[in-house]
Design a binder for this molecule. Sequence first.
Ligand code: ME8
Length: 511
Amino acid sequence: MSVDKRFYLTTPIYYVNDVPHIGHAYTTLACDVMARYKRARGYEVSFLTGTDEHGQKVEKAAHAKGETPLELADRVVKRFQSLWEKLNISNTDFIRTSQERHKLAVQEIFRTIEAKGDIYLGEYEDWYCTPCETFWTETNLLDGNCPDCGRPTDKLKEESYFFRMSKYQDQMLEHIEANPDFIQPKTRRNEILSFLREGLRDLSISRTTFSWGIPVPGNDKHVIYVWFDALTNYISALGYPNDSNDDFNKFWPCDAHVIGKDILRFHTIYWPTFLLAAGLPLPKKIFAHGWWTVEGQKMSKSLANVVEPNMLIDKYGVDAIRYFLLREVPFGLDGDFSHSALVHRINSDLANDLGNLVSRSTAMLSKYFKGELTTPCKETDIDKVLRDKFIQIVAVVYKHMEAFAFNKALQSIWELVSAANKYIDDSAPWTLAKDDDQRERLGTVMYNLLEAVRLISLLVTPFMPDTGARICTILGIDPEDQQLDKHDSWGLLKPGTMVEKATPLFPRIET
Ligand code: ME8
């Protein structure tokens, strides 16, 4: 496999003080769709997710529940892992920051940067927001509270190790300016450029007031700052610094870190400057998506409006949820989750447009040809229009996928669904069926229609893997060897294939 046919992408690693909700599911799902798409295009994909288990926030949550931090983590990790299974997530690894492989990597990168002279021992006096695990200067605070989340901060005075982040300010600015795709979308890039231009301070990267973390090498009094620890997961999972594990050489630098906009600065400034200091290549892209609210409100435990993905999957089915989350909101913008929007999408896009296309096509083939595809004959103008549209739009879908524009990719796929539905209406197979002289024409129409359904099934598979596989099976082809890289051209269905009559793919939801 050639080098450029490899793709490495990551989700954030989620804190274990909270159980997974729709926001976590969204990021992981977007990565899964990208991972499946890249695999279908012939890439070897490494897809990492995991959990962020250290730090004061997790330690506090564990004590509040009368557990050790590790007991809490062990319990909550299972919730994440079982949700990912239920959501059909195809991650290739799951990292926990409490694992030994991770500890070794964090200590090694700390040592490397220290040996370079970019870590020094000092003392800070600053304000700390525990929920955000972030330090703020007095001038950053808003009415004494955290400028990000608005919650109270604590004044901390401690001996601490510092990372010379300020040293890398110009290098970071140059890198972002020279690489327009490094931070996406563009609004986020601009936000980080202006932040950088204001100047970078050195960063406190150790704490002495609690113990749930990775010890600073050579000074057990200190644990390593949770963000220094957490960000390193992206390389510890690849086996860094173990030379005998070649995943690091194979997959680093990462193709895309996908995150929510809340953790942009950590990924676009802290992490790249750590890597620069350690002499390691920078990730190719950081894509920050927007924020979900629920029925117009911020999701929060106190409002009791946290959307629980397991419940949604049980009620509506996994593919419907996967489709909705990526279709409803442009990736990168904020969005609002509402049950009525979800039901509307399921009924109109899935049950009506896609579901009906598959039912009508297979039912007609079953009625007119006992389910057997015949060899297509002379191509008419409307056949050519359909074929050209498919050839053209497959390329457009690829372009959108490469840009993480999931909703646009789905819109384009649905243009194909509409084109195929229109082809049925325009070619009126029910009229052709009444005329024995039109038998060949009827067979050609049915062939074109089912070929359209086949290509649509391949294109929807990254978004809705079960649905894609089900359509392939109905079409009498093996979903396992129907990959986009070898099967995305028109006319590959084999005459003589037996096609099943489909039962409804998506039952309508009564409101
Ligand atoms: O920040 N809308 O973990 P975390 C959209 N451990 N996405 C949301 C969301 C919402 N309402 N709520 C959460 C951490 N997310 C750190 C990360 S990485 C080295 C360390 C998603 O459990 C989104 O991806 O707070 C966000 O960035 C992430 O969950 C935060 O998860």
